[in-house]
Write a protein that binds this ligand. Structure first.
Ligand code: UD1
Ligand code: MG
Length: 417
C-alpha cells in the first residue's frame, strides 16, 4: 500500500571522527545511547517494518535493538548507499514508503517526520528530502537546486566547490522514498568521490536526472537535525537533550533551580513538588518521590530510589540505595548499597563502608534511626528501629532496635525506653 511505511535506520558506521572504539551510535546523550532515541522515534511512527543496519561492532549495537526490529548486517562498510541496500534486503514483501533515518541524528522529533511523510505521500513523490537551512553548514551535504528551484542533487562537503560550499540548505540525511524508485536506482550509484564511497545522497541526482519526482521539506528547527560526528557535536547535542529533559520536568511540576547545572539522565522519574538545587548529577535508573529536596552538589548514581519528602542535601553521593519517606541525608554523606527506612536522620559526614576490597556489602537502617555525625557503618550491618549512634562511631556489628551505641568500634551504651 502506498501509505504503508517501513523504516531503515543506518547504524553500521565506525566511530572514525569520534576517535573512539565504541560504535558512534552507542555514544550517549544524557546517559542513553544516541541510537536509543532514534529507535523510540521510529516506534512512535508505528511503521509496518523496521530494519536497523548494523556493521561495525554489531554485537554491541544489537544489544539495544528491540524485538520486532529486523537486523540487517552491512558486510562492507563502503557507504550509506550500500547500507540502504542491506536494509532493503531485510524488508521482505514490503510495498510502500521507505523512510531512511541515520542513527547519528537523535534530536529529531516525530512531528517533523510526520510532516515529511505527509508531504511525500500527498505529492506522490519518488523521493522527498528533509532539508534544513543552516548559517554554518560546514560538514553537511549541500542541496543543489536548478533555476526553477527544483532539486537536482546533493553534493557532499568534501566534493563541493567554493560556490557549492556557500549553499546554506543542507541534507539532513533523512529521506522518504517510493520503495521501487529507491530499489531500482541504487545500482547506478558509483563511488566517484573523494572518499571512494557509495553515497546514498547520489541517488537524488540520479532520480532527478531521470525525471523522477524529487521533493523537499524544510525542518523548522535546524537543531533537531543535528548529525553527530565528533565529540564536540556530541556535547552540543547532549546540551540540547538535557534542556529538553529538564524542561519536561519543569512542565510537570518539578522545580529545577538552575537547569544549566542539573544533569539528569534520560529515564529518571521525579515526583511533583521536588526541588533540584544546582550542580546535581543524576545517573541512570533513579526514581525520586514527591516533595523531595535534592542538592546542591548531589550525586545520585544508578539505582537510587528516594521516597516522598526525602532530603538528599549538599555533597551527597548515593548509589544502589533506597531511602524511605521523610528521611534526611543532609550533609556530605556516602550511602551505597543500602536501604534506609522512613524518618531516619543521617548526621553530617556519615559513610556506609560497603566495599571490603573484594565485594560490596549491604547496610540496612530501619525507621526512625538517628545516625550521629561522622558515623562509619562497616557493612554488612543492620541498624535497628529507633536506634542511635553517637558522633564519630564506627559501627562494626548489628545494632538492635532502640539501642544507643558509640565509640570505635561502637559499643552499646544503653537501651532506650
Ligand atoms: C551524511 C550525508 C550528508 C548529510 C549528513 C547529515 C551521506 C553520503 N552523507 O554525512 O549529506 O548532510 O549525513 O548528518 O550519506 N553508515 C552506515 N554504513 C556506512 C556508512 C555510514 O550504516 O557504510 C551510517 C552511520 O552509522 C551513520 C549514518 O550512516 O549513522 C551516516 O553516516 P556518516 O558517516 O555520519 O555520514 P555524514 O558524513 O554525517
Ligand atoms: Mg553523520
Amino acid at each position: 500500500m502506498k501509505n504503508d511505511i517501513a523504516v531503515i535506520i543506518l547504524a553500521a558506521g565506525k566511530s572514525t571522527r569520534m576517535r573512539s572504539d565504541l560504535p558512534k551510535v552507542l555514544h550517549k546523550l544524557c546517559a542513553r545511547p544516541m541510537l536509543g532515541y532514534v529507535l523510540d522515534l521510529v516506534a512512535s511512527l508505528k511503521p509496518k517494518q523496521v530494519a536497523a543496519v548494523l556493521g561495525f561492532k554489531q554485537e554491541l549495537v544489537r544489544k539495544i535493538i528491540p524485538k520486532g526490529v529486523k537486523i540487517a548486517i552491512q558486510r562492507k562498510l563502503i557507504g550509506t548507499a550500500e547500507a540502504v541496500k542491506s536494509g532493503l534486503s531485510a524488508l521482505k514483501g514490503f510495498k510502500g514508503t521507505v523512510l531512511v533515518l541515520y542513527g547519528d541524528a537523535p534530536l529529531l522529533k516525530k512531528e517533523t517526520l510526520k510532516k515529511l511523510l505527509d508531504y511525500h505521500i500527498k505529492n506522490d513523490a519518488d523521493a522527498t528530502l528533509l532539508t534544513a537551512q543552516l548559517n554554518k553548514p560546514a560538514g553537511y551535504g549541500r542541496v543543489i537546486r536548478d533555476k526553477y528551484f527544483s532539486i537536482c542533487g546533493i553534493v557532499e562537503e568534501k566534493d563541493a566547490d567554493e560556490v557549492e560550499k556557500d549553499i546554506k540548505e543542507i541534507n539532513t540525511g533523512i529521506m522518504a522514498f517510493k520503495k521501487e524508485s529507491l530499489e531500482n536506482n541504487l545500482k547506478y550509484i558509483r563511488p566517484n568521490n573523494r572518499k571512494k564511497e557509495y553515497y546514498l545522497t547520489d541517488i537524488i541526482g540520479i532520480l532527478a536526472k531521470k525525471g523522477f519526482l524529487v521533493e523537499a521539506v524544510k525542518a523548522d528547527d535546524p537543531q533537531e537535525v543535528l548529525g553527530i560526528n565528533t565529540g564536540v557535536e556530541l556535547s552540543g547535542a547532549n546540551f540540547i537533550m538535557q534542556k529538553r529533559i529538564n524542561e519536561k520536568f519543569m512542565q510537570e511540576g518539578v522545580t529545577i533551580v538552575d537547569p544549566a547545572t542539573a544533569f539528569i539522565s534520560f529515564g529518571t522519574k521525579i515526583g511533583q513538588g521536588t526541588v533540584i538545587y544546582p550542580f546535581t548529577v543524576i545517573e541512570r535508573d533513579v526514581k525520586i518521590g514527591k516533595r523531595c529536596s535534592v542538592g546542591p552538589f548531589a550525586h545520585l548514581r544508578e539505582s537510587v530510589r528516594l521516597g516522598n519528602e526525602v532530603t538528599a542535601g549538599n555533597f551527597i553521593e548515593m548509589v544502589r540505595a533506597r531511602i524511605g519517606a521523610k528521611t534526611f541525608v543532609k550533609h556530605f554523606s556516602y550511602i551505597g548499597d543500602s536501604t534506609l527506612g522512613a524518618s531516619v536522620n543521617i548526621g553530617a559526614g556519615t559513610v556506609t563502608a560497603n566495599f571490603d576490597g573484594l565485594k560490596k556489602n549491604y547496610t540496612i537502617i530501619k525507621d526512625k534511626v538517628n545516625i550521629g555525625s561522622d558515623t562509619v557503618i562497616v557493612a554488612p550491618a543492620r541498624i535497628g528501629r529507633s536506634a542511635t549512634t553517637g558522633a564519630g562511631s564506627v559501627v562494626t556489628k548489628n545494632v538492635p532496635d532502640n539501642t544507643v551505641v558509640a565509640g570505635v568500634p561502637a559499643r552499646t551504651l544503653r537501651k532506650k525506653r
